[in-house]
Design a protein around this ligand. Structure first.
Ligand code: TRP
Length: 461
């Protein structure tokens, strides 16, 4: 569409969508959720949910975006189903919430890059003091938000696409190198077993819904980010194969970073069921880099946290793009104004999260849910609301919309453009079956039980 820009090629879209998907969710959040969720049992649920529930919804989001060439609110209006644009409104709120805390963690990653560049490997042991220093982290987060806003203000194809194409493969290679190194360490196998051999008694309902939330979060699903990106996809591209590639790329990075982390944790003789939570990679990795010796340690460690910051940047860009596309399309607001206004708003919404990791006692021990044995920080709370509740809810609504409102044959007709053999194929049968029956029933059940369990302490299963 004129004025909105578009990806220059199919590969450009895949790179940008994979850039959105791969981020802190894979490298920072995935390992600590695995360790809170009892290891391989969590990994198994995560992989199953991605194949069964996330994949069909991913296709639906891309199809809705490409069909309408609109933002997640305008898309539903454009198709003639104005009421369903509530999905887009929820998505925009959710994107604002996610970016508000994501930006703080991105500030940590960038801060670690600067510290390790100066040879400060001791920063690993000082994680709590580091995050409690809200002035320093606040400066890094501000820089991060400025960088995000700058890229988004440049428009989607020039900024996002170029950065993703170079940096993602580099990150993958560094990660593979670190995995190989970690596996050679003494004692690493204890971590590998914990990570890969499921203990089925660990599968509780909470493990299941956390794994589901992680799947949605990691694939950037359930809030219309892929509707927005799908709106920039060419009509002749095969979106099923694009979605497969994005999903594989994202899962590979998560699974590799988990493998690396558990091998490292085990080799250091630490407890695999970490209670440390969000600090996991930040406390463990600097000491590992130090063992490489001062020169190599600085090079590898700084490269790691710099690439992690870039991976986060290609994700924050996709999060900011959603509300911006909405304002630009629906209210004809000037793109630059929309970008800077939203960035400021989201930064302000993120201030409590900035203070939620030791900076202020109130935000650090923000809420204790009924029946919970410990308090959750404001940042955790936002994650519980956005990742574990809103994203699967968005997925649920998208699946119902696609199967029963938009209707399956229209959905298929959109996919068939760029994929001529799709109609009548087994691919179509599987996607239709999952989107109409499996996603609505499972996501609906999990959504209700999650709200009861998490926020009200009512445990029905
Ligand atoms: N998927 C990203 C990550 O794993 C985070 C992210 C970017 C996201 N855009 C999103 C999450 C949209 C949910 C929705 O780091």
């Amino acid at each position: 569409m004129a004025g909105r820009g578009g990806f220059s090629s199919k590969f450009g879209f895949i790179a940008a969508a994979a850039g959105s998907a791969v981020g802190l969710g894979n490298i920072w959040q995935f390992p600590f959720k695995v360790s809170q969720g009892g290891g391989a049992a969590f990994v198994l649920m995560y992989v199953l949910f991605i194949f069964i529930l996330c994949f069909p919804i991913m296709i639906a989001e891309i199809a809705i975006g490409r069909k309408t060439q609109k933002n997640p609110v305008g898309a539903f209006v454009d198709m003639g189903f104005k009421k369903w644009s509530i999905i887009g409104i929820l998505g925009i709120i959710c994107g604002v919430l996610i970016l508000s805390f994501y930006n703080v963690v991105a500030g940590w990653a960038f801060g670690y890059f600067l510290e390790i560049s100066q040879g400060n490997f001791g920063i690993g042991k000082e994680f709590s003091a580091f995050t409690a220093d809200t002035t320093t982290v606040g400066i890094y987060s501000t820089m991060f938000m400025l960088a995000t806003a700058f890229i988004v203000s440049q428009g989607v194809s020039s900024g996002i696409e170029k950065a993703s194409k170079i940096l993602m493969p580099t990150l993958l290679f560094l990660l593979i190198g670190l995995v190989i190194y970690s596996l050679t360490l003494d004692g690493a196998m204890r971590g590998v077993e914990y990570y890969l051999i499921p203990d089925f008694s660990k599968i509780t309902f909470k493990v299941a819904y956390t794994a589901l939330g992680q799947g949605f979060f990691s694939l950037s699903l359930g809030m219309g980010a892929l509707i927005t990106y799908g709106s920039y996809v060419g009509k002749n591209d095969n979106m099923v194969s694009s979605a497969v590639m994005i999903m594989i790329a994202d899962m590979t990075i998560s699974l590799l970073s988990g493998l690396m982390m558990f091998a490292l944790i085990a080799s250091q003789g630490l407890d695999l069921n970490s209670k440390g939570g969000a600090g996991l990679i930040f406390t463990v990795l600097p000491g590992v880099f130090q063992n490489f010796g001062s020169v190599l340690g600085i090079i590898v460690g700084a490269a790691f946290f710099l690439l992690l910051s870039f991976a986060a940047l290609t994700s924050t860009v996709s999060l900011l793009e959603v509300p911006v596309a909405y304002l630009v399309d629906e209210y004809k607001i000037n793109r630059k104004l929309a970008v800077w206004g939203m960035a400021l708003l989201i930064f302000l919404v993120g201030i409590p999260s900035l203070y939620a990791n030791g900076g202020s006692d109130f935000f650090t021990n923000f809420i204790t849910y009924p029946g919970a044995d410990a308090s959750s920080s404001f940042m955790d709370f936002v994650g519980h609301v956005a990742n574990d509740t809103f994203l699967p809810l968005g997925g649920l609504l998208i699946s119902i919309f696609t199967a029963y409102v938009w209707k399956k044959h229209n959905f298929s007709a959109e996919i068939a453009q760029g994929n001529p053999t799709f109609v009548g194929s087994w691919q179509e049968k599987i996607i239709h079956f999952t989107i109409s029956y499996v996603c609505p029933s499972i996501l609906g059940t999990i959504f209700i039980l999650t709200v009861l369990d998490r926020f009200f302490g009512v445990k029905l299963i």
